[in-house]
Write a protein that binds this ligand. Structure first.
Ligand code: NAD
Length: 482
């Protein structure tokens, strides 16, 4: 691998994301040689840490994440880390940050290359971007901005944020990160669709009855109720992760596998996204809040949650496109907290081919994204000794050794930032469409005149609200994973 010269500035260097994901991912890239002698990282946050303390934290983060921990290597890596205590609203701190970045650039021969990573509360993204511009923090080489979710709270705020970051960064140097796009099985959707003639030829309304995307978490909000109150399941999961997965399932085949062609195909699809009317929201969406379990209080009693909060911890709904190979195929999704399992999966439900075998089981293609990586086809075969059909799975899965080799999504995506590959990052024009969809659903929910289904309470440990079992276009449809 290349040895890319760069000074990276992580805003939120003492945070959970930096500790659990970014430091271990950067260490793996360091071990692979992508960054090595000519890189430095400045962690900035409010706390009054020293360089040494940050370095200890980096070593601890690697130790917690890595089975084959090598202390000497980890310490050597951590010696490239520097800490700058920083309040995002204080101009002087940006000036100090600029001085430190310039000094490290010289020390490590980083050739004026800078990567800025916004890993802190989203309400600060715009302020940081404005200061990067005003205090001229950009270097003389390449400058890239990696920005975490959520990108805005609705279309209007996302547009404002986009304008703010646009003052310092051209669109092609903005990397809106969605770690689902770095997951092994999400990256397998295109090869599955495009290489096998059986799969490729059935990818249309004639053969696919519906598609289902489930991103379920088994935990509740815990101590992060304050953040969750500003978001909810629709904004936290659908606007980004679920839409990215759906886009990969429904987009036309790109003319080539490079970033430009893939985004062109995505855009062609998203331009035909059906923005839901209140009537559609009424029939095909459901939302709710979890009730208590043995180990966690109900959402309304969680820390920093308003006792009369209307924020949804579960949402199910439907997405449709007017164009693309699966135009007209309903794509259902559901996501929530305190559900039965922690699981991310896609189920493609195929039509029954004829009535001769009235008792045939549903034929599906399932893609399990987490916690394991697997693709399986559910097929029907005859029972050996008695009448009737038996259900079997044809499976593609990884051995333990292969699973161990799968890089974390953050490692993959950080690698892509270093090599300037924007294939697996969200472009502004795509994000705009996602927000239009989310805003339309929110508006319908807020409009009390529309007689939309109210927020339901749902039991912990199941699959969300009762009414989410009735959002389908046809009575015969149901969730495959129950
Ligand atoms: P966190 O609360 O753990 O960390 C926030 C960081 O910001 C801390 O370093 C804190 O010191 C710093 N900070 C807060 N206020 C500040 C101020 N006024 N001035 C300077 N620094 C300040 O948050 P997190 O979980 O690390 O999340 C960061 C971002 O990453 C968010 O956008 C979140 O949506 C996203 N994200 C997090 C995860 C995760 O697993 N934690 C996963 C996906 C996305």
């Amino acid at each position: 691998m290349e040895n890319i010269p760069v000074v990276m500035i992580i805003f939120g260097g003492s945070g959970d994301l930096a500790h659990r994901k970014l430091y271990p991912a950067l260490f793996n890239l360091y071990q692979k040689g992508l960054i090595h002698d000519h890189f430095a990282v400045i962690g900035t946050a409010r706390r009054p840490w020293s360089h040494e303390y940050l370095q200890e934290q980096v070593v601890a983060a690697i130790k917690e994440s890595n089975n084959s921990f090598d202390e000497k290597d980890a310490k050597e890596f951590a010696s490239h880390f520097y800490y700058q205590s920083h309040d995002v609203t204080d101009v002087d701190h940006y000036i100090a940050l600029k001085e430190l970045a310039t000094k490290l650039d010289k020390k490590y021969h980083a050739e004026g290359n800078r990567i800025f990573y916004m890993a802190m509360a989203p309400r600060f993204f715009g302020t940081i971007a404005t200061h990067i511009n005003d205090q001229k923090l950009v270097g003389s080489g390449f400058n890239r901005l990696v920005i975490e979710k959520p990108f805005g709270h609705d279309l209007a705020s996302a547009e404002k944020l986009n304008q703010e970051i646009g003052e310092s960064f051209a669109e092609d140097s903005v990397y809106r990160i969605d770690h689902y796009l770095g997951k092994e099985m999400v990256q397998n959707i295109m090869p599955l669709r495009m290489t096998n003639p059986i799969v490729n030829n059935i990818w249309c309304k004639k053969y696919i009855a519906n598609m289902q995307v489930t991103l379920a978490e088994s935990l509740g909000v815990g101590t992060r109720g304050g953040y969750y109150e500003t978001s909810g399941a629709l904004r936290d999961m659908v606007q980004n992760h679920i839409f990215q997965i759906i886009t990969l399932l429904a987009m036309p085949e790109p003319k080539a596998l490079d970033s430009d062609h893939i985004h062109e195909a995505k855009q062609e699809l998203l331009d035909s996204l059906v923005i839901p009317t209140p009537e559609m929201v009424k029939k095909h969406f459901s939302r709710g809040q979890y009730l208590a379990s043995d180990d966690e209080v109900e959402y309304l009693k969680a820390d920093q949650v308003a006792p009369d909060s209307k924020v949804e911890t579960f949402v199910a709904g439907e997405v449709n496109f007017k164009k693309g190979p699966v135009a007209g195929v309903p794509i259902y999704f559901r996501t929530g907290k305190k559900m039965k399992d922690k699981v991310s999966r896609i189920d493609i439900v195929l039509h029954h081919m004829n009535n001769l075998y009235g008792n045939a089981h549903s034929n599906n293609i399932s893609i399990i994204i987490d916690p394991r990586s697997e693709i399986f086809f559910t097929i029907n075969g005859k029972k050996i000794t008695t009448e009737g059909l038996r259900r079997e799975n044809l499976s593609y899965k990884f051995s333990k050794e292969e699973m161990d080799q799968v890089p974390d999504g953050y490692e993959r995506l950080l690698h892509d930032v270093f090599v300037a590959d924007r294939t697996n990052f969200t472009h502004w024009s795509e994000l705009k469409q996602y927000w239009k969809f989310v805003d339309a659903v929110e508006a319908a929910w807020q409009d009390e005149n529309k007689d939309i289904k109210q927020l339901e309470q749902y039991p912990s440990g199941e699959f969300g609200t009762e009414s989410s079992n009735h959002i389908f276009e046809k009575d015969t449809e149901h969730w495959i994973y129950r």
